[in-house]
Design a protein around this ligand. Structure first.
Ligand code: C5P
Length: 220
């Protein structure tokens, strides 16, 4: 049967995860946080002592192919280890961006990502969901917000968790990550040709969710 997919792609800290997981919840669909797979791969490679560079591309890709990863009740498990918090740091994000620029690593994660497409449907967020992983998705959203807004939101999030940072440092960090993600040769961050653009700089989460659900209704 045809299994519907909604893709939400966009730059770092644009609110993709919040939007995509809420849309999934409202529709009763599965949810794929593809960035988590790159974060987990980077963590597993670091723990195995591999530098995150081209010299280890194939070693890291082999690890990615057989990642013992499970998503259970909102927790992320790597083997027997709960890595939910370890993969959420800024450093983990930057490391994910490094391994994600290695072509063999991206290829190694394709089948795993596509395996999340199960009935009754899937909402997937990332950088290349609409361009590479689910090119036939019925709805592709490209979510953006200004760098200033994104840095401020990330700052609030981290503050709540008691992690000290400055908006200036966060903004530099996310701009560096966006630059790397947009400039890589394989699956660079860019809107799919048939993506609908959503700028949530001035929008609440509820408003963005409502917009995506309206677009989805219009497709039915
Ligand atoms: O979305 P998140 O910030 O968790 O992603 C971490 C990093 O993983 C991104 O900066 C990007 O380099 C990479 N990524 C990717 N393709 C995806 C999802 C994430 O290259 N589909």
């Amino acid at each position: 049967p045809h299994i519907p997919v909604i893709c939400v792609d966009g730059p770092t800290a644009s609110g993709k995860g919040t939007l995509a997981s809420e849309v999934a919840r409202r529709l009763g669909y599965h949810y794929l946080d593809s960035g988590a797979l790159y974060r987990i791969t980077a963590l597993a490679a670091t723990r195995a002592g591999l530098a995150l560079d081209l010299a280890h591309e194939h070693g890291i890709a082999r690890m990615a192919e057989t990642l013992p990863v499970r998503f259970v009740d909102g927790r992320v498990l790597l083997g027997g280890d709960d890595v939910t918090d370890a993969i959420r740091t800024e450093e983990a994000g930057m490391n994910a961006s490094r391994v994600s620029a290695l072509p063999a690593v991206r290829t190694a994660l394709v089948a795993l990502q596509q395996s999340f497409r199960r009935l009754p449907g899937l909402v997937a967020d990332g950088r290349d969901m609409g361009t590479v992983i689910f090119p036939d998705a019925a709805l592709k959203v490209y979510l953006t917000a200004s760098a200033a807004q994104r840095a401020e939101r990330r700052h609030k999030q981290l503050n709540l968790k008691g992690i000290p940072t400055t908006i200036t440092a966060l903004r530099a960090d996310l701009e560096a990550r966006d630059a790397r993600d947009s400039q890589r040769t394989v699956a660079p961050l860019k809107p799919a040709q048939d993506a609908l653009l959503l700028d949530n700089s001035e929008q609440s989460v509820d408003e963005s969710v409502a917009q995506v659900l309206r677009w989805w209704d219009e497709k039915q």
